[in-house]
Design a protein around this ligand. Structure first.
Ligand SMILES: [Zn+2]
Length: 388
């Protein structure tokens, strides 16, 4: 083997060991050797390198059936911190997480003006603010991941945001002037799906669908254990599948799109009609739901019915293990989940539907922001320099 080959093998072995330590810590060197089939000398030298790199440390003593008790290895989840952003149409949610995706600080601001001219500087400001809350650590801030409600191309440029109407915005270059670490952009539903895959409900799932319901509707797909991005990175626009062929006209050019029947915008419009006054603020509507307002619950039930229709299509198309629903309205009342499940049970293929679980997101309103951070964390592990 050439020196380059040897270096590659060592790095590969070190990454295998690190991922086992992350998954199973605390763990002994002997157990690592058994699980990875790497010999004891390799485990010993590569674990030493991981300890040197401060990603792993040793603790106390484990249980042993006899003889010397082994020292256990633990992943140092606080070796660095990632920033994740959920860049909504009318808010910015920013989280600081450790390398295990645990939130250590969170910031939330609402947006009065959704234009890039207003949002760009404000986002820079919030990122600085959150960054300064990172505890001391060997690697410091390892990257920023941002979930966008819109289309992000292969070069990480924002092509278009349907609701805030950004057109060809290079947010990454704009931020890179202020921040000297990797910045990654992705669609918000993809971010949510990835966050659930790395740190949430989809952790042990091969085929899972993440439905993010907000002002619009986005879907993130985990297929065969991987994020499915589509040919050009534009997968998951299931909010624009037709559920009413003669339905209302959508901004995408189609008619009767699913999103038009389930979004927060639709909910507010229908509730306004029943109330005879204009409701613009979802928080006010959520209060009405909490207080069992009959009009609000009727509107919510109708939204949940349409949500169930779309979920039926998704289950019939993908045969997933799990469909995760996320968003203010989803979390607002158990009524949503019961109506969705009832609709799906009535309509989907029985043998598929009976094996698919539908559940509310474990990461909740932080799903997209944690998802953004999860991309940054994964990038850090993939590209870190290994000391050999
Ligand atoms: Zn549409």
């Amino acid at each position: 083997m050439t020196t380059a080959d040897q270096a590659f093998v060592k790095k590969h072995n070190q990454n295998i060991l690190l991922s086992e330590i992350i998954k199973r810590s605390p763990i002994s060197r002997a157990k690592l050797s058994e699980l990875t089939h790497l010999n004891k000398a390799t485990v010993s030298s590569q674990v030493a390198a991981l300890i040197e790199s401060k990603l792993v440390f040793e603790i106390g003593q484990g249980q042993s059936s006899g003889g010397r008790r082994p020292v256990l290895l633990v992943f140092n989840k606080d070796a660095g911190y990632a920033i994740g952003v959920d860049l909504g149409v009318n808010y910015i949610r920013t989280v600081l997480t450790n390398l295990s995706g645990n939130i250590v600080f969170e910031d939330f601001v609402t947006l009065a003006d959704p234009s890039f001219a207003a949002v760009g500087p404000l986002l820079t400001d919030r990122l600085h603010y959150v960054m300064h809350h990172a505890p001391e650590s060997p690697y410091g801030i390892i990257g920023i991941g941002i979930g966008i409600q819109g289309f992000v191309d292969e070069e990480q440029k924002i092509l278009f945001t349907p609701n805030s109407k950004w057109d060809h915005v290079d947010l990454r270059s704009f931020l890179q002037k202020d921040f000297n670490f990797p910045i990654l952009l992705t669609n918000e539903a993809n971010a949510g799906a990835y966050g659930e895959k790395l740190f949430g409900t989809l952790r042990d799932c091969q085929n899972g669908v993440f439905v993010s319901l907000g002002i619009g509707l986005g879907v993130g797909l985990i297929l065969n254990g991987e994020m499915y991005n589509g040919t050009h990175g534009f997968s998951g626009e299931l909010g624009h599948m037709t559920i009413d062929l003669a339905g209302k006209k959508c901004h995408c050019g189609n008619r009767g799109c699913w999103e038009l029947y389930v979004s927060e915008r639709t909910f507010l419009r229908q509730l306004s009609r029943l109330k005879g006054r204009t409701l613009n603020d979802i928080r006010e509507a959520l209060d009405l739901i909490r207080n069992n307002d009959v009009n609000a619950l009727n509107c919510l039930d109708q939204i949940a019915y349409y949500l169930g229709l779309g979920v039926t299509n998704i289950i019939n198309i993908f045969d997933p293990e799990l469909v995760i629903l996320n968003g203010n309205l989803v979390e607002s009342s158990p009524l949503v989940m019961s109506t969705v499940k009832k609709t799906v049970a009535e309509r989907a293929f029985k043998h598929v539907e009976s094996r698919c679980r539908i559940t509310v997101s474990e990461l909740g309103r932080e799903a997209t922001a944690i998802g953004g951070a999860s991309f940054a964390i994964e990038e850090f592990f993939e590209n870190r320099e290994t000391s050999l």
